[in-house]
Ligand binder design. Structure first.
Ligand SMILES: Cc1cc2nc3c(=O)[nH]c(=O)nc-3n(C[C@H](O)[C@H](O)[C@H](O)COP(=O)(O)OP(=O)(O)OC[C@H]3O[C@@H](n4cnc5c(N)ncnc54)[C@H](O)[C@@H]3O)c2cc1C
Length: 252
């Protein structure tokens, strides 16, 4: 199971100060780390053969899921429900956990964090809800004889972890180079199913979809750099003061 979130394109995000949000109409893309998670799943399938890859998303994510199908996922599930659309991370994790429980899983691959919400909380929250181990900051992954050897990035180095699935792995970009969908893959994706589910389909009661955290408006901090303005001084004196200022700060 690979969890992929569709996010505003980080290269195109523009802030709308009046709306207190990013500009509407910002192009949407797959969250970068999630594509590394998807690539890791495809490589496992290429090595092992007998593997089904399911791409799962919550929210508006049809384009992203199509991309995953074109990369090599076998099918997709999208949770589309207005009641979950602006849910907090806990609601998101509960809804995704309900999908994973219903589908069953051997391995869950997620991104380390998203480029929009960026809480990095969904992977660990799923681990708690599903009672499986989680490895964060994954930058290398090998599987042999049903076991996984994972390398996680730590300060100044790497840590090697050996584990038996089921587990949740949170991918970083060092893990691999995600492939671009081939034309054959894009054509094949058209025949692969994407199943839409609602909160009711997942058996989520009203209480489970109730956010307890409310996000406020976004704003850009005002720049408060100090400045010195030399007024009513002749040019020679201004130059002397400027040179003294720079020398004092060891800038010349
Ligand atoms: C319109 C809007 C309103 C919001 N309002 C609130 C609010 O009021 N309170 C609040 O707390 N949050 C709010 N959010 C944030 C939103 O709930 C979080 O973005 C979401 O819960 C996931 O957290 P994250 O992006 O920090 O994911 P992270 O924890 O950073 O993601 C880690 C990984 O988990 C997986 N993942 C995360 N989200 C999804 C997903 N949706 N589908 C599939 N996989 C996923 C991906 O693999 C991802 O790389 C809002 C978001 C939107 C778009």
């Amino acid at each position: 199971m690979v969890l992929v979130k569709q996010v505003p394109d980080p290269n195109a995000v523009r802030f709308d100060p009046r709306a207190g949000d990013i500009q509407s109409g910002t192009p949407q893309v797959a969250n970068e780390y999630d594509l590394h998670a998807m690539e890791a799943a495809i490589r496992i399938k290429e090595q092992q053969g007998d593997v089904e890859i399911v791409a799962v998303s919550l929210g508006q994510a049809r384009e992203t899921l199509n991309r995953c199908l074109a990369m090599g996922a076998d099918r997709a599930i999208v949770v589309e429900d207005a009641a979950l659309a602006s849910g907090d991370s806990a609601v998101t994790a509960k809804a995704l956990a309900a999908v994973l429980r219903a589908e069953g899983f051997d391995l869950i691959l997620v991104g380390q964090e998203t480029s929009d919400g960026g809480t990095g909380s969904v992977g660990p929250a799923l681990a708690a809800l599903l009672d499986v181990p989680v490895v964060s900051n994954v930058v290398a992954l090998e599987q042999q004889d049903g076991r996984l050897t994972v390398q996680r990035e730590i300060e100044d180095g790497r840590q090697v972890i050996d584990l038996a699935p089921p587990a949740i792995l949170c991918a970083l970009s060092g893990l691999n180079e995600p492939r671009y969908p081939s034309l054959k893959g894009i054509m094949a994706a058209r025949r692969k199913p994407t199943e839409a589910k609602s909160a009711a389909d997942l058996g989520l009661e009203a209480d489970a979809v109730q956010s307890r955290v409310s996000w406020g408006a976004l704003f850009v901090e005002e720049e408060t750099a100090e400045g010195i303005i030399l007024k009513d001084v002749d040019a020679d004196s201004a130059v002397d003061q400027l040179v003294a200022f720079l020398q004092e700060r060891k800038l010349v």
